[in-house]
Design a protein around this ligand. Structure first.
Ligand code: ADP
Ligand code: ASP
Ligand code: MG
Length: 401
């Protein structure tokens, strides 16, 4: 007998029939003698609908109230799933994030889990109850409701698996595993039997939403036995782990992130300290910067361009517009019609030619590269948003046959 944490995403609990299906999956594992903790997301598009509802009333709602609103979606799911399990004749109890002991910091809408007080869950498990926990939510030290950011239920599940030292953490979703690209966009994408934590972390961070990147970070840190699989079809999924079998595949995946924007600070003085001033001002406002490009100086001036998450564009522009006065920048430009496309693979560091293959595929498709960034495990390019899907497809075709 062991502890198994299962997580079911929005599509998996979208309606009554799907919830009964989930109840069947959960109770099957329970009948094998396991203690079950089940994390669920809000049904279908509930979270998006709630955001829309809020915007109808106030386009700039406070993050605190937004968290109060968004946390309701998961609360509906836990009650319905617990009822479904009871209907099948098994004991269940639903717990909100705070009842389940999730303590977070106070960063509303992007809170980080500080600790999980697991006494309540353990008490319920001792009574052989199936514990159904609301994902994506917790409570800060002022007893205010927080949420963990979009896709945060994955993180709730992995954090619980780590805290309870679960034997297995299964992330059930609407595809049957992690693919070499989004299988809904790239029909030739291949399912990965296994992928390393590092590769999965890059893929998730670079836009493969099948797992939330923080959940992968936690899984790596606590060596959680993690699996991604389909709630709609019974077949093996993808195992995410530290070390995988040696294989020939150099590139594990291609990912796309459309939530990026580029800012260019033009014509700043070509003297020491300018980059420091720009990026420390952004950091002071908690704005993460990704790809950075600085032009070669000419006539004592230079241009500095960088990308931010689109959600931070407005705030970043506010910071940068000040540089016209303080640094004498000639112009501050922004472009949100861009996307970042990346290839990921731990093996590529020792294989020259990966960049050439990627750039060649883009050139053949007549796609212009606006920025490039590399690390030992990935290469990313910034390109026009409207060409992003084509870019993913041609890059995928170039590497994965
Ligand atoms: P859930 O609601 O279960 O959390 P998500 O919508 O967050 O599900 O994530 C699953 C989706 O991730 C899939 O439907 C798929 O379109 C998308 N996806 C993007 N990249 C990948 C990939 N590399 N492998 C599998 N799915 C991917
Ligand atoms: N319901 C939240 C969202 O849509 C959390 C999740 O699904 O993981 O982002
Ligand atoms: Mg998700």
């Amino acid at each position: 007998m062991g502890i198994v944490v299962q997580k079911f995403g929005g599509t998996s609990v979208a309606n009554a029939e799907r919830i009964m299906n989930v109840a069947n999956i959960v109770t099957e594992k329970y009948k094998q003698g396991n203690n079950m903790v089940v994390v669920v997301s809000a049904q279908g598009d509930t979270t998006d609908d709630l955001i829309e509802k809020a915007n109808e009333i106030n386009p700039h709602p406070s993050k605190r109230e937004m968290d109060v609103l968004l946390s309701t979606g998961e609360q509906i799911s836990i009650a319905l799933l617990a009822m479904a399990i009871e209907k099948l004749g098994f004991p269940a109890v639903s717990l909100t994030g705070w009842q389940a002991g999730f303590v977070t910091n106070s960063a509303h809408s992007a809170a980080r889990i500080r600790s999980i007080q697991k006494e309540r869950i353990e008490k319920e498990l001792d009574q052989r109850k199936i514990v159904v926990v609301a994902g994506f939510q917790g409570l800060n030290r002022y007893d205010d409701i927080t949420t963990l950011g979009r896709g945060g239920s994955d993180t709730s599940a992995v954090a619980l698996a780590a805290a309870l030292r679960a034997d297995l953490c299964q992330i059930y979703t609407d595809v049957d595993g992690v693919y070499t690209a989004d299988p809904r966009k790239v029909p030739t994408a291949k399912k990965l039997e296994e992928v390393t934590f590092d590769e999965m972390l890059e893929l998730a961070t670079l836009g493969a939403q099948v797992l939330n990147n923080r959940s992968v970070e936690l899984a790596k840190k606590y060596n959680v036995n993690l699996e991604v699989l389909s709630s709609l079809e019974r077949k093996p999924g993808t195992v995410v782990k530290e070390v995988v079998k040696m294989e020939k595949m150099l590139i594990k995946g291609v990912a796309k992130d459309s939530n990026v924007a580029r800012i260019s600070v033009m014509g700043v003085p070509d003297v020491p300290g300018i980059a420091y001033k720009i990026f420390s001002s952004l950091a002071a406002k908690n704005i993460d910067v990704d790809i950075i490009l600085q032009s070669i100086g000419r006539e004592n001036t230079k241009d500095i361009a960088f990308t931010v998450n689109s959600g931070n564009l407005e705030a970043a522009m506010e910071v940068c517009n000040v540089f016209k006065d303080t640094l004498g920048a000639m112009a501050v430009l922004c472009d949100d019609q861009v996307a970042k496309v990346s290839v990921v693979g731990a093996g590529m560091q020792s294989h020259p030619g990966v960049a050439a293959t990627m750039f060649g595929a883009l050139a053949d498709a007549n796609i212009n590269i606006r920025m490039i960034s590399t690390s030992e495990i990935k290469i990313s390019v910034l390109i026009d948003k409207e060409k992003a899907d084509t870019a993913v497809q041609v890059i995928h075709d170039a590497f994965i046959h």
